[in-house]
Design a protein around this ligand. Structure first.
Ligand SMILES: [Zn+2]
Length: 443
């Protein structure tokens, strides 16, 4: 008998690689945080002696979901301003609230609220863009959630920095502080083409090349953004970024709702990863990312929730379903973004968006054990013809029963280990009162 740390038996194992495959009555063997075996349960029982064994007889076991775009701390602004277009929402509500509230304490508390929500919903890794990443990092590390954190770069002052040079200096200091960290990655996060200068884009490209760090940037979020750039500079933002040498396989381009066929081809040629945030785009009436055409062109399309202030939740399983449904409606083709593809976008493609496709995103021997069990026992999920179909079209995040990150059980019975729920609720309520006092909005 081979001694290992954990053995998880599941009714269905959906490894994502190969796409669409479902293994019935299989077990995943874990040792020292890594997947060391994927085999029929009966064989696993004969071969391994595990310190902990889990019998998930109604469940589907999938790779941990990766939220490819988020602003975790903005969870504290959930529902503060709804039913507005992007620029009104940003300029009249979000930026003033952030100006009054953002601090290391705000970011730490917001990150905890976000991580508690995401982990319970099966999200094991996040690509996050927000101020004070150095305050968010210890929170994600303590709760055992993987995070790629990027401090934004902007040309105007906020409580985090005065100008682009200071934002960049803080980004570099953060990258230095987390170098070699197993759970936390640093990335560059220029906010958007309309808030970042050519000079800053050039400097970020140079640093990213030198340090081997990824870049995340909101690009072509709305038609307004593209029209303004054409009016002011006679150039579409994507063309400008290409001219600056900014496009490349290390760039995760967020939103991308406005793309011509020629631009889709250029995005594919540069190997840019797209982070598609369908619910945020719907809520702000920003437009529709042409995911069907992007996938057809060979572009990696990952899925993100965006911040809870424009969604208003961090439910990636729900986002996956919205993405799959929207792709069909927008593309006029029911075959676009089939269930297996949608699951791949929310797992393996997300892993690519944060540069971890060699470690996470699928259930394969040698990869890290970031795993999620979804309980199909609820009456609303009966009967089961296709587990992959259920994951994409029927299951909810409340059906997530267990979550492992790095081989460690982080969520059981819907509860995240290490969270004091009463204290966290009180903390969120206290920030809402401060937001109300600072902005004059109802909280
Ligand atoms: Zn965003």
């Amino acid at each position: 008998m081979e001694r290992i740390d954990a053995l998880i038996h599941a009714r269905h194992v959906v490894p994502v690689v190969p796409r669409g495959v479902v293994l019935s009555e299989h077990a995943v063997a874990i040792h020292r945080g890594r997947i060391v075996g994927i085999l029929p349960s009966a064989d696993a029982r004969a071969r391994y002696e595990a310190d902990s064994e889990h019998e998930l007889d109604r469940h589907a076991l999938i790779p941990g979901l990766v939220n490819a775009h988020c602003h975790a701390a903005m969870t504290l602004l959930r529902g503060i301003a709804d039913d507005l277009p992007l620029m009104t929402w940003l300029q009249e509500h979000i930026w003033p609230a952030e100006g009054a509230l953002v601090s290391a304490e705000f970011v730490a508390d917001g990150a905890e609220l976000a991580a508690a929500e995401m982990l319970a919903g099966g999200v094991t890794a996040v690509n996050d863009q927000y101020f004070f990443p150095e305050a968010a990092a210890p929170v994600f590390r303590r709760l055992g959630m993987r995070a790629s954190l990027g401090a934004p770069v902007l040309e105007f002052p906020t409580p985090y920095a005065r100008d682009a040079s200071e934002y960049l200096a803080r980004s570099l200091a953060f990258a230095d502080a987390v170098r070699g960290d197993d759970m936390i990655l640093a990335s560059f996060a220029p906010h958007a083409p309309y808030t970042v200068s050519d000079d800053s884009f050039r400097r970020i490209r140079t640093y990213a090349d030198q340090l081997g760090l990824r870049i995340q940037c909101h690009i072509h979020e709305t038609a307004h953004e593209v029209e303004e750039a054409r009016r002011l500079h006679n150039e579409r933002p994507l063309a400008r970024l290409e001219r600056l040498g900014f496009l490349g396989p290390d760039l995760t381009a967020v939103h991308m709702t406005q793309l011509t066929p020629a631009e889709i081809e250029r995005v594919a040629r540069h190997g840019v990863v797209v982070a598609h945030c369908p619910e945020s785009n719907l809520k702000l009436a920003s437009g529709f990312c042409p995911v069907g055409a992007l996938l057809e062109a060979g572009v990696t399309v990952s899925i993100g929730t965006d911040g809870a202030a424009s969604n208003n939740d961090l439910d990636l399983l729900g986002e996956l379903r919205t993405a799959a449904l929207l792709a069909k409606g927008v593309g006029g083709n029911a075959a676009l973004m089939d269930a297996a593809t949608a699951l791949e976008c929310a797992t393996l493609a997300g892993a690519r968006a944060i540069g971890l496709e060699d470690r996470i995103g699928s259930i394969e021997i040698g990869k890290v054990a970031d795993l999620v069990a979804i309980d199909f026992g609820r009456i609303g999920l009966a009967p089961v013809y296709s587990p992959v179909s259920h994951i994409a079209y029927a299951a909810s995040r409340h059906d997530v029963s267990h979550v492992w990150v790095d081989g460690r059980l982080r969520v059981e019975h819907g509860l995240v280990a290490g969270i004091d729920y009463d204290r966290l609720r009180a903390t969120a309520a206290r920030w809402a009162l401060r937001a109300e006092a600072a902005t004059g909005q109802r909280a």
